[in-house]
Design a binder for this molecule. Structure first.
Ligand SMILES: C[S@@+](CC[C@H](N)C(=O)[O-])C[C@H]1O[C@@H](n2cnc3c(N)ncnc32)[C@H](O)[C@@H]1O
Length: 320
């Protein structure tokens, strides 16, 4: 028996996502940018699809909403929660569902499970979705990435994609070069089993939040420093450096972003293990491209992606 899931992920990472799932032997059908249907031979839990922004277990699909089979499959196991709701979407936007369909889903779910309907603070959402491609489906949303993040913090789904792009392996030595609120390191530690994580952040207010947050994990070390100075004054190399320098929310923190990016890459280049990678991203595409060129590093991948609605360039750099 196979299980079908509809996943949303950051647009622009399609090739990486297809490659990852194919390598794992999972059937994938890429329907639109940032959206795919994937088929597993067993029921999945959200960590297996850590790069997905949302995951919906699909029960039925059709060309139009009236054509959907709204019954739950016999294999359906009701989750722990006891309140459910129904949400409908057109593309990625919420849409209005006609009353008859809503009543039919409520009746079906209430009859076959012990769940109770509640539009407010439900534990699980049943979804009726019409995609841009015309595909309609009925399913149930799985809980993902419930960790509350700060404004400007990179979300776990995007960080997972950056780590996969940087060929992260178990036991890696990793550097979170511009740590901010610690979104990158949080995902390093929870999803990728690194041997050590160094977080470098220059803003003392943020450092004061990072220190207690990562104190209990022996693998993590927070350095209150300008990252360029830090790399110049310390020793040891890294298998993966993820650099999320100021841009967007954090743009005001420094004057000349192009200069910062270039200085950073010039020193970071010397601190990468053989075969190691630097994954760096910014919405300041020209500045990032110029810094990469000036560093003389090899651009192994260049991705134009969408993160929190912003157009961002992601570069994967290596020295060999
Ligand atoms: C885009 S934010 C990083 C957000 C982070 N990835 C997260 O998930 O929270 C960039 C961070 O770099 C810090 N920063 C700016 N210039 C720096 C420098 N020269 N050295 C170290 N950190 C710096 C800023 O204070 C800001 O917190």
């Amino acid at each position: 028996m196979n299980y079908l899931y509809a996943i949303n992920f950051a647009p622009g990472f399609e090739e990486l996502v297809v490659g990852l799932l194919k390598k794992a032997g999972v059937k994938i059908e890429l329907n639109e940018e940032g959206f795919a249907l994937v088929e597993f031979s067993k029921r999945v839990t959200s960590p297996e699809l850590g790069f997905a922004k949302s995951i919906i277990e699909v029960f039925s699909q059709s060309d139009d909403i009236p054509g959907l089979n709204l019954s739950l499959p016999n294999s359906f196991v009701a989750p722990e929660g006891y309140r459910f709701s129904i949400r409908s979407f057109e593309g990625n936007r919420p849409s209005k569902l006609d009353g008859e369909t809503r009543v039919e889903v409520i009746r079906e779910v209430s009859l076959k499970t012990k769940l109770k309907y509640s539009a407010f603070e439900p534990d699980v959402d049943f979804i009726i979705s019409k995609r841009k491609s015309g595909l309609c489906f009925f399913g149930m949303k799985l809980p993902v990435n419930k960790v509350k993040s700060e404004k400007g913090e990179l979300h776990a789904d995007v960080v997972s994609l950056l780590c996969e792009l940087g060929n992260i392996k178990k036991g890696s030595k990793v550097l979170d070069a511009f740590a901010g609120h610690g979104g990158v390191s949080n995902t390093f530690l929870s999803n990728f089993e690194p041997i050590s994580v160094v977080l470098v952040e220059k803003d003392s207010r943020l450092v004061n939040n990072l220190k207690p947050r990562f104190k209990s994990d022996k693998r993590a070390r927070v350095a209150a420093s300008d990252v360029v100075n830090y790399l110049k004054s310390t020793e040891g190399n890294f298998d993966l450096i993820v650099a999320d320098p100021p841009w967007g929310e954090f743009e005001d923190y420094v004057g000349d972003l192009g200069k910062l990016y270039a200085e950073f890459l010039r020193v970071a280049k010397a601190r990468v293990e053989p075969g190691g990678k630097i994954v760096m991203l910014s919405s300041k595409k020209e500045e990032l491209e110029a810094a990469a060129l000036a560093s003389g590093m090899i651009v192994e991948a260049r991705l134009n992606v969408l993160i929190s609605g912003k157009k961002v360039l992601v570069l994967k750099l290596s020295t060999n």
